[in-house]
Design a binder for this molecule. Sequence first.
Ligand SMILES: [Zn+2]
Length: 251
Amino acid sequence: MPLPAFKDNYIWTLRDAKRAAVVDPGDAAPVKAYLAKEQLELVAILATHHHPDHTGGIAELAAASRGIEVFGPRGEPIPALTHPVSEGDRVAIPALSLSFSVLDIPGHTRAHVAYYGAGSLFCGDTLFACGCGRVFEGTPAQMLASLEKLAALPDETKVYCGHEYTLANIGFALTVDPGNAALAERQRRARALREAGKPTLPSTLGEERATNPFLRCAEPVVVESANKYLGARVADPVRVFAAIREWKNRA
Ligand SMILES: [Zn+2]
């Protein structure tokens, strides 16, 4: 379940009756309140990348939980990190009978990682519902390769990303990929969820592949839209990706 933090961040919690782990706790306060209310012991923290809205609560939570394990990308400044991880590593949380494989997905930040296991993907600020993160520290080619790596996971994979940006992302996606019936349907569902005060997440990778323009850079309609934006003819998926990413930054 998600704990809302700041304006639109989610801190994902994994738990059983007694213990919990959290992903990307940007703020300690909502996590502490939840642990106290549910009488849970925090046993692990997973960080996807170093941005403060994903890591700002780690030091305080780690200091309050003896023996806690903190997993995060090797090569990024993560507070209280006990287990630096990168591609191919496994993250085991035996207290919760959970295990994840680590995927390197650079682009938003230099060493951003995702955690994949139990049919779930925690992907921070790389893949968003119907969108993707900004390319701050990597290149468009790296970011697209990272998105393609995630898109290769099974259709039914649940996508847990770091922010509630879905409705705005769908609005942009409709300008790039007009006439996509699955996208229009997704907008109806997402609006209904937000009107009911519910998160639009997790989504599924199948849904992302059908509707997320950043995973559809080889689709003729997306290529055509990128060309209109650029006023030039490009077909290379990296250039298409870079064009729609820049377009979205300005939208
Ligand atoms: Zn970020």
